[in-house]
Design a protein around this ligand. Structure first.
Ligand SMILES: *[C@@H]1O[C@H](CO)[C@@H](O)[C@H](O)[C@H]1NC(C)=O
Ligand SMILES: *[C@@H]1O[C@H](CO)[C@@H](O)[C@H](O)[C@H]1NC(C)=O
Ligand SMILES: *[C@@H]1O[C@H](CO)[C@@H](O)[C@H](O)[C@H]1NC(C)=O
Ligand SMILES: *[C@@H]1O[C@H](CO)[C@@H](O)[C@H](O)[C@H]1NC(C)=O
Ligand SMILES: *[C@@H]1O[C@H](CO)[C@@H](O)[C@H](O)[C@H]1NC(C)=O
Ligand SMILES: *[C@@H]1O[C@H](CO)[C@@H](O)[C@H](O)[C@H]1NC(C)=O
Ligand SMILES: *[C@@H]1O[C@H](CO)[C@@H](O)[C@H](O)[C@H]1NC(C)=O
Length: 318
């Protein structure tokens, strides 16, 4: 499929009346499709963002998820290369239950304050390569949820936005399993998080065998963050004992500046502490000068090479 011109979405959400509000360009069940051509997909999300409860704090506002710009479900051997996706009402490019996926040489662009406009979102997908992309949106540059495995994210310029995220996992007590993910050679600028693993209390499953390597942070809030207490709802989340296990996670050659004093934040649960974490050659300072800090709760592993701020991981993994 060649996209050489511009595909423009209807500007008004009212156009979706009587239709599935979660779909715009929706491709189901394909095997071996390649999308390229240098063109643009414009989701014209402005009116959707204006009506979102995340932005509009008075009623009526829209709580339902708006359409994703380009959404693949149940696919195999799909590649999307060399196109621009912009101003998505919600996620720009997403894959649910897909295998053997390639997403490269893409520009994904939306304003920093546009809600839920993730660049690339994966759910229940495996053998995915996300490389050579410029992503500048209002939410995660890359996010993955559900059961995802064998994912490679490389050569990404990310920001502004919320950074690169595994999770949120375990929402509503679900079992999610994310494994064998490698993120390397990325530049993150002005993002609200750097590399992040987040899970809800009460979830089950695991996030393991993850490696973040050669990452440069520029003015990033929370450059390294693991949060097993994620809670993105107006009311506080109930404390629960189950947690998505986080194990074998490496942060290697991560350097640059943090917009917040605390550059490393690792908050794990009492019942499922994070284990076998590694910080190797990490050097993060506060933007404008000054030493950063690190905080850990129920997290163990090792530090190697230069680690600044000093590692807070407890020693003593089995
Ligand atoms: C992931 O996709 C499944 C369908 O395969 C859906 O039920 C679930 O809600 C999705 N999860 C998220 C976080 O979107
Ligand atoms: C994810 O994997 C877990 C454990 O292997 C399984 O229980 C769960 O049903 C899977 N979820 C999906 C959506 O396939
Ligand atoms: C998921 O949890 C939210 C609150 O955390 C609740 O409002 C919602 O009903 C739950 N959904 C399901 C399908 O259990
Ligand atoms: C980061 O934010 C600063 C301050 O708003 C801005 O001057 C700079 O251009 C931004 N950098 C990028 C790469 O967006
Ligand atoms: C860093 O980001 C903050 C917003 O988080 C912004 O206000 C500030 O201008 C940025 N500083 C630089 C040096 O880019
Ligand atoms: C969860 O536990 C923390 C720490 O013990 C406590 O401060 C908080 O109030 C509890 N939250 C709820 C919703 O019970
Ligand atoms: C860490 O980075 C800062 C700022 O770039 C630099 O001045 C410092 O020498 C580095 N520390 C080490 C131990 O490499």
């Amino acid at each position: 499929m060649l996209i050489a011109g511009t595909i423009v979405a209807p500007a008004s959400p009212d156009e979706w009346a009587g239709r599935d509000p979660m779909k715009w360009l929706y491709i189901y069940g394909v095997d071996g499709l390649s999308v390229s051509g240098g063109g643009t997909i414009d989701g014209v999300g402005q009116e959707w963002w204006a009506r979102s409860c995340k932005r509009k704090k008075t009623q009526p506002c829209n709580t339902r998820p708006p359409p994703r710009a380009l959404h693949f479900e149940e696919c195999r051997g799909v590649s999307v290369q060399g196109v621009t996706l912009q101003n998505g009402p919600q996620f720009h490019l997403s894959f649910t239950r897909c295998v053997d996926v390639k997403a490269s040489f893409l520009r994904l662009v939306a304003p920093a304050d546009s809600p839920n406009t993730d660049g690339i979102h994966l759910n229940d997908s495996s053998r995915v390569q996300i490389t050579d992309n410029l992503i500048s949106t209002g939410d995660d540059c890359v996010s993955m949820v559900g059961n995802c495995s064998d994912v490679r994210v490389r050569d990404i310029s990310c920001g502004p936005g919320h950074g690169i995220s595994i999770g949120s996992l375990g929402k509503n007590r679900t079992t999610d399993r994310v494994e064998n993910v490698r993120v390397d050679t990325c530049l993150l600028t002005n993002t609200t998080n750097g590399v992040r693993i987040k899970s809800w209390q009460g979830g089950m499953g695991s996030a393991r065998d993850l490696r973040f390597e050669s990452i440069v942070m520029k003015n990033v809030s929370n450059p390294i963050i693991i949060d097993q207490y994620y809670c993105d709802q107006p009311t506080p989340c109930a404390n629960q004992t189950e947690a998505v296990e986080v194990r074998k996670v490496e942060f290697v050659d991560v350097r640059g500046t943090s917009a917040t004093a605390r550059a490393i934040k690792i908050a794990c649960s009492d019942t499922a502490p994070c284990t076998e974490l590694e910080l190797r050659n990490v050097n993060l300072t506060v933007v404008g000068g000054g030493a950063a800090t690190a905080s850990c709760y129920r997290a163990s592993g090792k530090a190697a090479g230069v680690v600044a701020p000093a590692s807070c991981l407890a020693k003593g993994d089995p």
